[in-house]
Write a protein that binds this ligand. Sequence first.
Ligand code: SF4
Length: 229
Amino acid sequence: MMKLPMVEIFQTVEGEGLRAGFPTTFVRVFNCNLRCTWCDTTYSYAPNKAEFYATIDEIIEKVTEFGNVNVCLTGGEPLMHGEKSLVLIQKLAELSFIEDIHIETNGAIALDPFVELRKKNQDVRQKVRFIMDYKLPASGEIDKMVEENFDQLDEQDEIKFVIQDRNDYDIAVQTYKQLCKKGTGLFSPVWGKLRADTLVDWILADKLTKVKLNLQTHKYIWDPDLRGV
Ligand code: SF4
């Protein structure tokens, strides 16, 4: 039986990205291959432990119970479980009531097999969107980024730059201009480190007319440290 290590499955409104504000079921898978300095989900990897293990069918059952048309597949890093991640994506896409499955991936996993699945499976093609991070210097993980992933993305995808300081911002702009061919660029300030209005000033001064400011709205609605919201 295929089981995945899990952190939580819950519903809330999406806090970030193009689907922000829509009721969404979150499927948070345990484990991550990175350790970003500013990570706000440290409970999703070692030395912490998975909260529970679930078969793909059990995950599908829970997602069906919530019945939201939007699903966020997140972690940790939800694509680090290889074949299990692929099967989960396909089964979610086959649920007829689901319209959008956005997958938050950290930029350090080669997207090839997942993009291949999107090419060959019609449900996956219609519903699955990647929200790919590009980690910047202050995260401590920039050297792990798989730059070839940019060539795999499509117009419906999103590329998220989480920015802690001016150096991060400069690298984000340079990477966005050089490597982002398709998809929406999201610029997000690190919570508690960079003021959103400062980031807006920089974006406007540089006339980045297609970049979207991305705020973690759940941190404004609830206590920023609250889980499961
Ligand atoms: S990739 Fe995401 S979950 Fe993993 S350490 Fe970085 S911020 Fe945390």
